[in-house]
Design a protein around this ligand. Structure first.
Ligand SMILES: Nc1ncnc2c1ncn2[C@@H]1O[C@H](COP(=O)(O)OP(=O)(O)OP(=O)(O)O)[C@@H](O)[C@H]1O
Length: 237
């Protein structure tokens, strides 16, 4: 079943510091939202708050007809929201196959199906199934992290700076992989410091500055002038 993520007036505090202030947006089924903003704007905080990793100081998070506001990370995950944190989050001492199995249900039939699906989406992982994850390239590790998340058939993936530190070719690969996930019906909340590719990928865009929404609208309306105004030279590329 398709569900809309509905975030209303979400606020997060770290002690006295307000990291997120009354942020609201929606992600309709099968669509992608790019969350942009300079360093420290609150992008990762937003991801952590949605997935239940940091407590909310105010606001609500609904997914379809479910209220996720107070749920634990495990329950948010079970509701279909999967968070890919900044950094790769794979187990370097385990093989590709072992990493993928960790993302899976115990049911044997579904397990085989899930692996088939992962290797169809990411053939390179199939070729490297016996290789230790720690010896994969950065891009391949990101792919593994995404493949593992997709094994549990999420409805929405929160991808936090997946392209961080990767060469442009590998960034292409990551966006291609996210695109495949989307074609399979998964919604995406994409956090990026660099705007260009994220906007090409997304339907909607939300720009954060110091924890507040400074602009939101259709991704194709976020022109260069606007990006320079909110993100500055360094991040508008
Ligand atoms: N655990 C924490 N305790 C205290 N302050 C924190 C904590 N995590 C983040 N912050 C602060 O909250 C603000 C938002 O941080 P956040 O990591 O969400 O920004 P970001 O937009 O993801 O930045 P970047 O692009 O640099 O990753 C920053 O000022 C940061 O220093």
């Amino acid at each position: 079943m398709s569900e809309t993520l509905q975030v209303s007036d979400l606020s997060v505090r770290y002690g006295a510091a307000q990291a997120l202030a009354e942020v609201s947006f929606e992600i309709p089924p099968n669509s992608a939202l790019a969350v942009l903003g300079p360093n420290g704007a609150g992008k990762s905080t937003l991801a952590r708050a949605l997935s239940g990793l940091v407590p909310k100081a105010g606001g609500t998070v609904r997914f379809g007809d479910r209220d996720l506001t107070k749920l634990s990370p495990a329950k948010v995950r079970r509701a279909g929201l999967v968070h890919l944190p900044e950094g790769r989050g794979v187990f370097p001492g385990l093989t590709v196959l072992e990493n993928l199995r960790m993302g899976l249900a115990v049911d044997k039939g579904r397990r085989a199906e899930g692996l088939d699906r992962a290797f169809t989406l990411f053939p390179v992982l199939g070729e490297r199934r016996r290789q230790l994850a720690g010896t994969l390239s950065g891009g391949e590790q990101q792919m593994l992290s995404l493949a593992r998340a997709l094994m549990i058939e999420p409805k929405l993936v929160i991808a936090d700076e997946m392209s961080l530190g990767l060469a442009p070719k590998l960034v292409d690969l990551i966006f291609e992989s996210l695109g495949r996930a989307r074609s399979a019906g998964v919604s995406v909340l994409l956090i990026e410091q660099f705007a260009g590719r994220a906007l090409d990928f997304a339907d909607q865009c939300l720009i954060l500055q110091r924890g507040r929404t400074s602009w939101s609208g259709p991704a194709d309306a976020a022109g260069e002038e606007l990006l320079h105004r909110y993100l500055g030279e360094a991040t508008a590329a």
